[in-house]
Design a protein around this ligand. Structure first.
Ligand SMILES: [Zn+2]
Length: 232
């Protein structure tokens, strides 16, 4: 076999599969909504990995001061530990969505159908115990899985990605994170930021506060889009 043909036969399919598993914007395995349709200057701010007893109450105050409505993609384990925070998020008019039960960052790409189903069902049960029935799901770090599309479909969950993120878990400076999260800002953008102890201590809350300031400076408001507005 010629080297080019061997590469195409043996390696290319693996590369393609890896791309569709690990690239957050890839749509080959699961349709992930990464924008929404709007004619107004509005974006969808999404906060992952909570709820957190230190950050969530302060974020709720911050969002109220800015008149922002956002979606919290919460980890089921955290929802079980702090159900009152889940309820406070809902009471403040925000959306609570599903972000797996244990947030298995390293193993989600190769999780079995049973494990994927367990993560989804345990997360759904945790949120239901807190009084929420979520309709939207974001996989850990945007990683897809061969079994995820069907598992979401049978549970009535829509997969949501993002169009910009702060990447604040890796490197943290308020201005840098806020600039990343608002780079190339357009109506219908989906911004991803995090709360909780994985965020570097110096920028917890502050990076999100700076993002809200930047949005206000550019006359953008934060809304939670309707299902029919979501696009890829
Ligand atoms: Zn996460």
């Amino acid at each position: 076999m010629a080297p080019a043909a061997a590469f195409a036969f043996w390696v290319l399919p693996d590369l393609l599969l890896a791309y569709h598993m690990f690239a957050p914007q890839a749509q080959g395995l699961v349709r992930a909504h990464c924008r929404f349709s709007t004619i107004r200057r509005e974006v969808w701010l999404t906060i992952d990995d909570g709820p957190d007893p230190e950050d969530t109450p302060r974020l709720l105050e911050l969002f109220e001061a800015h008149g922002a409505k956002v979606t919290f993609f919460v980890i089921g384990e955290n929802a079980d530990r702090f159900p009152e925070l889940v309820q406070a998020v809902v009471a403040a008019g925000h959306e609570v969505a599903h972000h797996t039960y244990t947030h298995p960052t390293k193993s989600f790409w190769c999780a079995s159908p049973a494990r994927v189903g367990w993560e989804l069902d345990a997360g759904l049960a945790a949120l239901r115990r807190a009084g929420v029935t979520p309709t939207r799901f974001r996989p850990p770090v945007g990683i897809k899985n061969l079994w995820l599309a069907r598992a979401l479909r049978v549970r009535g969950l829509t997969c949501v990605g993002w169009s910009a993120r702060g990447r604040e878990l890796w490197r943290g400076e308020v201005e840098v994170v806020a600039a990343r999260a608002t780079r190339g800002l357009v109506p219908g953008a989906i911004l991803l930021l995090h709360e909780g102890p994985r965020v570097p201590a110096g920028i917890r809350i502050e990076a999100i506060r700076r993002v809200l300031d930047r949005l206000r400076e550019q006359n953008y408001c934060c809304v939670v889009p309707e299902p029919e507005q979501l696009i890829e």
